[in-house]
Design a protein around this ligand. Structure first.
Ligand code: IPE
Ligand code: IPE
Ligand code: MG
Length: 251
């Protein structure tokens, strides 16, 4: 059931409230450092922001929320921090999945699972199947995710399924094998923590996303901050390659 609609092949419907928000949750370490706390205290607080952001998105009617929790490059961090993050992920699944389910939220995890231990892999599979039919919001957590990995695994799976596509294939052929075939492309991309880069997040899917960068550190990113990001999005003219005049004629 690939719902993938390519922004480069057909012009997407633009809604007041972004249907899909993708966030790089950055700045946990600096938040902690400012308070003379260990970096991991920032990750702990960051989890609270995840909870409040999920709630705000449900309340606002956002359909898809995608959160970058751990990148394929984050393994380069000190071993203790990596191990803390994996533990936090496991505990978050243990503690939150029942609540997500009760709130009718579908949980999906994207990323390379081959480096996770079996307990984590099993919990992910259980959480996904438990929440599969929920419809209030689709929450996707990107863990050990990299945009390049995603494109490469899509290519590999496409050619495994249909070797004849090696000759010629369409965007849709490839995109239906990317990690989020169930979601439209993100309308709004948010990065907290002040850096202005994509850091190997959704490289393919962000083709026409509106980009919003804020200096607010992730643990401080509250409902008002999310609303400011959406207000900024509402000021944008999404042309998808057309001219402003063409948009006004169609309005
Ligand atoms: C983002 O916060 C969380 C992860 C990458 C896991 P950081 O840990 O990158 O925080 P800063 O950028 O060092 O402040
Ligand atoms: C991006 O943040 C990854 C996540 C938020 C999970 P980083 O803090 O790892 O990004 P860089 O290293 O500053 O680009
Ligand atoms: Mg960072």
């Amino acid at each position: 059931m690939a719902l993938f609609r390519s922004s480069t092949r057909a012009i997407p419907e633009v809604e007041e409230i972004p249907r899909h928000i993708a966030i790089i949750m950055d700045g946990n370490g600096r938040w902690a450092k400012k308070r003379f706390l260990p970096r991991v205290a920032g990750h702990q607080r960051g989890l609270e922001t995840v909870r409040s952001t999920v709630k705000s998105c449900v309340d606002l009617g956002v359909e898809y929320l995608t959160l970058f929790a751990f990148s394929s490059e984050n393994w380069r961090r000190p071993a203790e921090e990596v191990s803390f993050l994996m533990q936090l992920f496991l505990r978050a699944l243990e503690q939150e999945v029942a609540k997500l389910h009760k709130n009718n939220i579908r949980l999906q995890i994207i990323g390379d699972r081959t480096r996770f231990d079996t307990k984590l892999v099993d919990m992910i599979a259980e959480a996904e199947s438990l929440t599969a039919d929920n419809s209030a919001l689709t929450l996707t957590v990107a863990a050990n995710y990299g945009g390049r990995w995603d494109i490469m695994q899509a290519m590999r799976r496409m050619l495994e399924t249909a070797p004849e596509l090696a000759q010629t294939f369409s965007e849709e052929d490839l995109a239906s094998h990317l990690s989020m075939p169930y979601a439209p492309e993100p309308d709004l991309f948010i990065r907290t923590g002040g850096e202005k880069r994509i850091s190997n997040f959704l490289l393919w899917q962000l083709a026409y996303a509106e980009l919003y960068f804020t200096d607010t550190l992730w643990p401080d990113f509250n409902n008002a901050a999310l609303k400011r990001a959406i207000q900024s999005y509402q000021q944008r003219e999404r042309r998808f390659g057309r001219t402003s005049e063409q948009l006004q004629q169609n309005a």
